[in-house]
Design a binder for this molecule. Structure first.
Ligand code: S3P
Length: 181
């Protein structure tokens, strides 16, 4: 891979799968710049994801998200000099499932799906609903069903990823998988 231009690493997966946390750890381990896409959107827009959903609706958010994905990627690529990877972007849970984002990410880097069981996602998300407009008003029972249904719908997008990780993974193991991809 080292004779090619540096690529991006995109972490994808359902809300609560640990994309931001794993991205942060991997970035520190590899010494790469890291962008959390939700945070990038909030900084650029000067308002929270919840506010964007509330005032403009989901369709508008998805347009903003696609533009932000491409801006963040270009930002990292424009700063990259050499090496296998230019940087890491942790995406939002819905990012791969709208517009042609999944194909675009695969054309511009390596996609890594953090695929955790519904029960683990439900347990994690039950404590972190408020900042996530799609689940903020759901009871724990509704949340479990929502995750099952949405995950099934989204799996055809997530399943296009270069690498699938089915357990909590450490940066060393993840790096080995990335270098073999
Ligand atoms: C969403 C996931 C969120 C955020 C938005 C929509 C989704 O990101 O982008 O609330 O559609 O799954 P996280 O996966 O980082 O929570």
């Amino acid at each position: 891979m080292s004779d090619q231009l540096p690529k991006l690493i995109f972490l994808i997966g359902f809300m609560g799968s640990g994309k931001s946390h794993e991205g942060d750890l991997l970035a520190a381990y590899l010494g790469l710049p890291f962008i959390d896409l939700d945070g990038w959107i909030e900084d650029q827009q000067g308002r929270t994801i919840s506010e964007i959903f509330r005032t403009e609706g989901e369709d508008s958010f998805r347009n903003i998200e696609t533009a932000a994905l491409q801006q963040a990627a270009h930002h990292l690529l424009s700063q990259a000099i050499s090496g296998d990877f230019a940087g890491i972007i942790s995406t939002g849970g819905g990012t791969p499932c709208f517009h042609d984002n999944m194909d675009w990410m695969n054309a511009n880097g390596v996609t890594v799906w953090l695929n955790l069981p519904v029960a683990v996602l439900a347990m994690r998300l039950s404590k972190e609903k408020s900042k996530r407009p799609l689940i903020a008003d759901l009871s724990d029972d509704e949340l479990h069903h929502f995750i099952e249904k949405k995950l099934e719908e989204r799996s055809s997008y997530y399943g296009k990823s270069t690498i699938t990780i089915n357990e909590v993974v450490d940066p060393i193991t993840l790096t080995q998988k990335l270098r073999n991809a």
